[in-house]
Write a protein that binds this ligand. Structure first.
Ligand SMILES: Cc1cc2nc3c(=O)[nH]c(=O)nc-3n(C[C@H](O)[C@H](O)[C@H](O)COP(=O)(O)OP(=O)(O)OC[C@H]3O[C@@H](n4cnc5c(N)ncnc54)[C@H](O)[C@@H]3O)c2cc1C
Length: 304
């Protein structure tokens, strides 16, 4: 078994290593996110150091994935911190590896079968979980008794942070960045399933740019189609907004969306179905095809 511990300033590995090494035998290494001088090189033979403390969870996950594939780790242990819980599930998906959260104890049965113990239903149930995938990922929430860890003379391997994707440039390209995000935008152009193809987003962007508005969307476009980031979703399970102007394009007006925007000062709705509920909340409504109306609107706004 080769174990990799993820550690950062706020979660020193001395509390994790003894708990794992009591049950799991084999080699282990540390992935250290922080300054090289602070790296815990006396605790493992090999310490990977990434000196980018503010790295995004996506980039950290991409970097760990490369190391796991290169050096063949089959158990990756994270502390149960908020930040680690943003990284570990991403790593689990990218490696197709089973993931158990908030593990309290580890035991090995029949020589190789690992069993993870965690509490569920607010501590009412003790859950014992086996992970079938060859690579296993967990966050460890065991009580930290700062036990002595044998000191070694570890080797540092500096690692470049991998870029999962360039999120910043995607947002800038769309030209819809508003300081403080959707909640502080004075104008929002929001779009729903009336938009047929991802490429048609340019239509919405053109209108938003013309009037200096942020872009919002309904849940299907953020959660199901993933055309927009989740933070741009307006509604019950998204962001609640109160702009001066809210333009709803191809949005039916289901209550879960309405609760997120009904306090907007002026609501304009464009929908080809005249019975769409959104019109009950709109100050101005246009019944028609957004593909015809939006370009006309942009033309008129550019002239005036
Ligand atoms: C627990 C829960 C939480 C939810 N949270 C949210 C939330 O936070 N935010 C949210 O938005 N939803 C949320 N939903 C989903 C919500 O119930 C609706 O499914 C969703 O809002 C519908 O999105 P829509 O209006 O884009 O799609 P649809 O309801 O499919 O409406 C599409 C509209 O586009 C119109 N249209 C089609 N083509 C054109 C065209 N060419 N021109 C003009 N109009 C056109 C149609 O007439 C239709 O009215 C939640 C649901 C649940 C169960």
């Amino acid at each position: 078994m080769k174990t990799l511990f993820y550690c950062e300033e706020s979660s020193h590995p001395t509390s994790l290593i003894p708990i794992v090494s009591q049950a799991v035998k084999g080699e282990y290494a540390i992935f250290w996110l922080g300054n090289e001088n602070d790296a815990p090189k006396s605790l493992a033979q090999l310490v990977y150091v990434v000196e980018e403390e503010k790295a995004s969870p996506e980039d950290v996950s991409a970097t760990i994935k490369q190391l796991v594939e290169k050096d063949g780790y089959n158990l990756i242990v994270f502390p149960s911190t908020r930040r680690a819980k943003e990284i570990a599930p991403r790593l689990s998906i990218s490696l197709k590896a089973g993931y158990v959260e908030d593990v309290k104890a580890i035991e090995v049965r029949d020589g190789s079968n690992m069993v993870f113990t965690r509490l569920s239903y607010g501590g009412a149930v003790v859950e014992k979980t086996k992970v079938k995938t060859p690579i296993k990922i967990l966050t460890l929430a065991a009580e930290s008794e700062e036990k002595e860890v044998p000191h070694v003379d570890g080797r540092i391997e500096k690692v470049q942070l991998s870029k999962a994707f360039d999120a910043k440039s995607i947002l800038e390209e769309r030209g819809t960045r508003v300081e403080g995000g959707l909640t502080s935008a004075e104008k929002i152009v929001a779009v729903g399933r009336g938009l047929k193809k991802k490429e048609d987003i340019t239509l919405v962007e053109e209108l938003a740019k013309t009037i200096g508005a942020a872009i919002g969307c309904t849940r299907p476009l953020a959660e199901d189609l993933k055309w927009f980031p989740k933070e741009w979703q307006v509604g019950l399970s998204g962001t609640i907004v109160k702009p001066k102007l809210y333009i709803a394009l191809g949005i039916s007006g289901q209550i879960q969306h309405i609760v997120g925007m009904r306090d907007s000062k002026t609501i304009v709705a464009i929908n080809k179905d005249k019975t769409a509920p959104i019109f009950q909340y709109a100050d101005y409504g246009i019944v028609g095809d957004l593909y015809q109306i939006v370009p006309e609107l942009v033309k008129l706004l550019k002239i005036s």
